[in-house]
Design a protein around this ligand. Structure first.
Ligand SMILES: [Zn+2]
Length: 419
């Protein structure tokens, strides 16, 4: 029976036309309505498309992705012409559980003729520093080899283990598919003692609020430049390659204190301390705003492994008072000379009490150790410099080829282990 039943027509029956003229009028009205709707829908699609495009280009300019980031700037993006061809495709992110690579570089040799002038500092400038040309090639190589800068303070968090002890654990890290996260450190930048050996003197902001370096050239002339310093060169590189920075991450600046910071004589012994602090504050704010962060590099630039606990306590107190008071809180320590503290020693527990958690030394690989039962992350950093360019090409091949970046034109003739 049921099979024979006719299925009733779905939906209301169409109204029966009373006459032909009325039916034609209704058809016309319906067509007009349909056209109006189509036009409206088309307009909406165009408007949404423009808004979405602008948002995506803005995010790309800021080095952000669909998953958002930490350093959303609100002073750009509005009222600018948007080049259609630069629309980025959405980037797929994947969980990263491997080692986060970590490198440190030291002040760039802006004027090789001052670094390699035969004085008693020449060997040390050659061993521990890169020239501007080498650094530019380094950034290119890192980028081409799939590295992406990450923000060091976000990588670990303090939690409690099964015994109720404070420990450090890695936070989930999502990176664009195929990319390798990299922590970039700049230690000892703008220290006054290197000026006569060819580094720039200080980091400044130009009249547009952009980073620039200030210094004297070998003839003693003042030079404001965007081409001689690690930060200005990095900024230009990221402007060109926004995907080199994850969520706006930049570098960690390891600061000591006895020679001031960032090229400004902010140390307590300085007669111009107050004015220097006023001058450096906008630079600090610009650095923080742009994704840089700071690390305790000892006040007196000493080897921690050679210090008494009392000396370390005194040092960190002075650093917090003279440097930490300017740059804000940090959990990061960069050990000068790579000499590390004993995890269970008195000096370490004092630093833990001051909020430090991540302790970066130097080594032949990007090593990370999460200490059992203590909130300590110990890390080793690779260190691209004259010494490793000359003698450790193999160790660094995943990052760059020393043979291709070595500055043959200016470095002294001290040999290297490649053809
Ligand atoms: Zn140092």
């Amino acid at each position: 029976m049921a099979a024979k039943e006719q299925t009733p027509p779905r939906g209301p029956s169409p109204p029966k036309p009373r006459n032909k003229a009325a039916a034609a009028a209704r058809r016309e009205a319906r067509v007009r309505q349909l056209w109006q709707r189509l036009v409206l829908i088309a307009l909406c699609v165009v408007v949404i498309g423009i808004v979405d495009l602008r948002a995506r280009v803005y995010r790309q300019e800021q080095g952000l992705t669909e998953n958002d980031g930490y350093f959303v700037r609100d002073d750009v993006g509005a009222g600018e012409d948007v080049p259609v061809q630069s629309t980025p495709e959405p980037v797929e992110r994947v969980a990263y559980t491997g080692i986060v690579e970590n490198i440190v570089i030291r002040p760039l040799i802006a004027y090789p003729e001052l670094a390699f002038d035969g004085d008693d500092q020449e060997a040390s400038m050659d061993a521990w520093h890169l020239t501007v040309s080498e650094y530019k090639k380094l950034l290119e190589s890192l980028y081409n080899n799939g590295y992406v800068l990450v923000y060091a303070p976000d990588l670990y968090e303090e939690t409690t283990d099964a015994y109720g002890r404070a420990v450090m654990t890695p936070r989930e890290l999502y990176v664009p598919k195929g990319k390798t996260p990299l922590i970039l450190n700049f230690d000892d930048f703008y220290t006054t003692s290197m000026r006569e050996n060819g580094t720039v003197y200080k980091l400044i902001l130009d009249e547009n609020g952009e980073f620039a370096s200030w210094g004297l050239d070998p003839q003693g002339q003042e030079v404001v430049s965007y081409e001689l310093d690690a930060i200005t060169i990095l900024e230009a590189f990221i402007a060109e390659h926004p995907d080199f920075s994850l969520d706006g991450a930049r570098a960690t600046l390891g600061l000591s204190g006895k020679e001031g910071i960032l090229g400004y004589a902010t140390q307590s012994a300085s007669p111009t301390r107050t004015a220097e602090i006023q001058a450096v504050e906008p630079v600090i704010h610009a650095l923080l705003y742009n994704g840089y962060t700071f690390a305790y590099h000892s006040y007196g630039h000493f080897d921690f492994s050679q210090q008494t606990a009392e000396a370390v306590q005194q040092d960190v107190d002075q650093w917090l008072s003279e440097v930490g008071s300017l740059v804000g809180e940090t959990t990061l320590v960069s050990y000068p000379y790579g000499g590390r503290l004993d995890n269970s020693g008195q000096a370490m527990s004092y630093l833990l009490g001051k909020g430090f958690r991540v302790f970066q030394s130097m080594g032949i690989e990007s090593y990370v150790n999460l200490t059992e039962g203590l909130p300590i992350v110990n890390m080793d950093r690779l260190h691209p410099d004259g010494q490793t360019l000359r003698w450790n090409r193999d160790i660094y091949l995943d990052f760059f080829d020393a043979k291709e970046i070595f500055d043959y034109d200016v470095r002294p003739d001290l040999g290297y282990d490649f053809e």
